[in-house]
Ligand binder design. Structure first.
Ligand code: BMA
Length: 847
């Protein structure tokens, strides 16, 4: 049993774990996510915690020539002792350490101790000792965070972020064990998969790492075997080791491409995976395995005819693919309580929303193996940031060596995954320096030199050394090739004509986005919303659940976040008078409106990006990626996420499933024109006719109907309708923008609406009566909904866990809608378990 102690505390401790979880399990603290507990418990992060346990000398351990303490993850700065003797130190949360303990293990009881130094005091001491300030010194006050995370190689968001709390924890956050072996041990291997120069063969470069070479007393012969299971492909190699010889074994499997099947991203084909097994032996082989897949990936940056700038798109297996997806952050402040099931559930939600790319954002962690294994299975390409975000960083030798070790280990661990698509040096640090986010005026050259030392000379060098065929961009976002040309800090890192762009705009009234920059690839754009009332009730007092409460402002770590959401609500809806209803209902309405605004805005931007994929607009356009900010949450609180902390889908996630669908209709008002695009990712020709309707809000009889024959090119965006909006509305006899809205659908299939005014000014809406019938049973049910009036933003909700609706947050146009309901985890649900809300429910209360 582990014990954790500091300043009079003696806790039963858990490994893998963290001090906050130990404090909670020992009832010293309550739920760290409740109310203001992040601040209340910050003192525990300033103690230096010590983790200790005893163990009996393992039977027969003395017979082994090597005994190692393998530490898969220490958080973060610590000194380790065995029986009071130092065995080593740790400096980096993202590095695996192995310490030789052979001579220190004694008969009977042994004591192991890991003495951590508080991450906040370590970071602060480092920053004071550094010859010059490395900004930002501290996060904005609204984040209630700790200072100088950039001075410690630890999850940067653990010191607070604009969507998450400050819990700069300590502890043994990954597995720790004793390993004993004779002579040599194959400790792991890396595999790099790339096509041969002529493109006809696959080359699998395998590097096995061997421990124990330096304690050999004679020359030893071993057999190294590499097998790609179920393919007949294998290779053996005789290797000799002696003291001072290499501790690496290199083998390359070379074989005809026809012998394996291609791996494709989600929506483009299957994800066949193969076991690659390796052994190093003299007698009985012990195998270690990795699962691999075969695909080529290119980042195409080439001149565009008729426009300035360069393209920026991914080609997978030779096919240009529009990247649809989002950004991933740590799924909890306390990694040890994240289950594999939770990761699977979150990634599966991404897959169901037709995502084919997720960016693992640079302020979090390199995710655990299962994350990448699942991404392999689900066809989700990973844009992997190296863990640096929103700061300048120190560049002294010790720091850079620490980074080299980290990057080398992580790239070696992950590069074989077919899902691993691209490495990026950091999050936003090129833009931060160029645009002077941290007041670096007058010191540009100093920080630029540091930038190049860190991301180019150190990170990029380590990535390419370990993964020569990998793709690396220096920052997210960057102008990619153009940033390099401009000396790595481009004049305008947000140039729409190069690389990727992050873009946020919180001005009210952003549903229409024709003024939005049209970049080549939009890797971040987002809008906040609140998670469900249900997720907050256990963490709050009733008075907290009010949009103007101290708690609401405290929980929102994004400066002006509350004001922005509230202004957007006033612009589109008018929030009903809260004092007239009970607080929980009021807050639920508020959450609902924030989720509508988030879903609508992100829908509009995402559609805008997809529409732009085949067109140039001056030098802009040919957009080939849309990754909204952000997929998941670290705790229940207001954020940009489409999935709640629990994994529950916000309205945005249901919208993502539609706006990322392989075939999508998108209507928009561009300048004075009504435009309709059909975007086709799939190869299927779509022979359907599209119908365009004009409805009035007071009736579900269409006022006007027009059949639009669609001639589609595949894998493109197709502009199929482009007319002056006023002329069209006149023709359709729909001139009042308040009374009418437009709707387009493939007969009997998905439809999409275009409101012509705000909902605040819309005329004719009335409270509908929506009825629900459910048929069928686990795992798939059918829901039949009927309405007696048009209902915007129909929101189906239930307290039953594991229920997923085929569609949600939709505009109910006909009188009947049939939906599939998927049940997971053996859930059962009845019609009476379903709560239905639509927009007019908020207003009708007062009539
Ligand atoms: C970005 C991200 C995050 C941040 C988000 C929302 O630019 O990279 O740092 O959480 O915006 O502000």
């Amino acid at each position: 049993m582990w014990k954790a102690s500091a300043l009079g505390f003696m806790l039963n401790a858990t490994v893998p774990g963290s001090i906050y979880m130990d404090l909670m399990l020992n009832h010293v603290i309550e739920d760290p996510y409740a109310r203001y507990n992040d601040i209340a418990y910050s003192k525990y992060a300033s103690f230096n915690w010590s983790y200790t346990r005893t163990f009996q000398e393992p039977v027969g351990i003395k017979n082994y020539t090597n005994v190692v303490l393998a530490c898969d993850g220490l958080d973060t700065v610590s000194e380790l002792f065995l029986n009071n003797q130092t065995i080593g130190k740790s400096w980096n949360q993202f590095v695996k350490y192995r310490f030789d303990v052979k001579d220190l293990i004694r008969p009977g009881v042994n004591v192991i101790e890991v003495r951590f130094i508080s991450a906040i005091s370590y970071a602060s001491v480092q920053s004071v000792a550094y010859p010059y300030p490395v900004p930002p010194e501290c996060p904005p006050d609204v984040q209630h965070g700790q200072c100088h995370p950039n001075f410690i190689r630890k999850e940067q968001a653990s010191f607070s972020w604009d969507w998450g709390p400050s819990f700069p924890s300590q502890g043994i956050w990954k597995d720790m064990r004793l390993e004993a072996y004779n002579d040599l041990e194959l400790t792991g291997f890396s595999a790099e998969i790339a096509p041969s120069d002529d493109g006809k063969e696959w080359l699998v470069h395998i590097v096995g790492s061997v421990a124990g070479v330096n304690s050999l007393t004679s020359t030893e012969k071993y057999l190294f075997v590499a097998v790609l299971e179920d393919t007949g492909i294998n290779q053996t190699l005789d290797v000799t080791f002696s003291q001072g010889s290499t501790d690496r074994v290199n083998v390359t499997l070379t074989f005809d491409k026809q012998l394996v099947k291609l791996w494709w991203p989600n929506g483009y084909g299957a994800q066949p995976l193969y076991n690659l097994s390796i052994s190093l032996s003299r007698d009985e082989p012990i195998w270690i395995r990795k699962r691999v897949g075969f695909r080529t990936i290119e980042l195409v940056q080439e001149p565009i005819s008729g426009a300035k700038g360069l393209s920026f798109y991914f080609k997978i297996n030779g096919r240009p693919i529009f990247m649809k997806g989002s950004n991933w952050i740590p799924a909890d402040s306390f990694q040890s309580r994240i289950t594999s099931k939770k990761i699977k559930d979150l990634l599966n939600s991404a897959r169901l929303a037709h995502m084919n790319m997720l960016r693992v954002w640079g302020g979090g962690i390199y995710e655990r193996d299962i994350f990448y294994d699942l991404a392999d299975e689900m066809g989700i390409i990973i844009w992997q940031d190296i863990m640096f975000a929103c700061a300048m960083y120190p560049t002294n030798t010790v720091f850079l060596e620490n980074v080299t070790l980290e990057v080398t280990q992580q790239v070696s661990r992950l590069k074989h995954h077919p899902s691993l698509g691209l490495w990026a040096g950091n999050n936003e640090n090129e833009a931060a320096l160029r645009d002077n986010w941290y007041n670096t005026t007058g010191k540009f050259d100093l920080y630029k030199a540091d930038y190049i030392k860190l991301y180019i000379d150190t990170v990029m060098a380590a990535v390419y050394k370990e993964h020569p065929s990998g793709i690396f961009v220096s920052s997210s976002p960057s102008n990619a090739a153009q940033s390099e040309k401009e000396g790595w800090i481009a004049l305008n890192p947000y140039d729409t004509r190069y690389g990727d762009v992050h873009y946020y705009n919180y001005t009210p009234g952003r549903y229409y986005v024709d003024t939005h920059p049209r970049s080549r690839f939009l890797s971040e754009y987002g809008y906040q919303s609140w998670p469900s009332t249900k997720s907050l009730v256990p963490l709050t007092l009733p008075a907290d659940l009010f949009e103007f409460s101290n708690f609401a402002f405290y929980r929102n770590h994004h400066g002006s976040g509350q004001e922005q959401m509230n202004a957007q609500i006033r612009y589109y809806f008018n929030k009903p008078n809260a004092s007239l209803i009970d607080p929980v209902t009021n807050f639920t309405h508020y959450v609902y409106l924030t989720q509508i605004n988030q879903a609508m805005y992100i829908r509009m931007v995402s559609e805008f990006c997809r529409r732009s994929q085949s067109y140039l607009y001056g030098d802009d356009g040919l957009t080939m990626g849309a990754l909204y900010w952000q997929l998941n949450d670290i705790w229940p609180g207001p954020s940009w996420s489409s999935l709640e902390y629990s994994g529950k889908w916000k309205m945005l996630h249901y919208y993502a499933k539609k706006f990322f669908a392989p075939e999508m209709i998108s209507m928009s008002i561009e300048a004075d024109n009504l435009t309709i695009y059909v975007v086709m990712d799939s190869d299927n020709g779509f022979p359907y006719n599209l119908t365009l309707y004009c409805f009035s809000w007071d009736s579900y009889e269409a006022k006007y109907e027009k059949l639009l024959p669609v001639k589609l090119k595949q894998q493109t965006s197709n502009l199929i309708f482009n007319e002056n909006l006023d002329d069209f509305l006149k023709k359709a006899n729909c001139t009042s923008r308040e009374k009418h809205f437009l709707y387009a659908e493939w007969k009997g299939m998905v439809g999409t609406e275009l409101p012509l005014s705000t909902y605040r000014t819309a005329v004719g809406l009335r409270k509908p009566t929506i009825k629900v019938l459910l048929a069928g049973s686990y795992p798939l049910m059918t829901m039949i909904l009927t309405t007696d009036a048009i209902a915007p933003f129909v929101w189906l909700d239930t307290d039953v866990e594991g229920v997923l609706f085929e569609d949600n947050g939709f505009l109910f146009v006909g009188d009947t809608k049939v939906l599939l309901v998927t049940l997971r985890y053996n859930a059962t649900v009845k019609a009476s378990d379903i709560k239905i809300m639509s927009l007019m429910d908020l207003y009708d209360i007062y009539n």
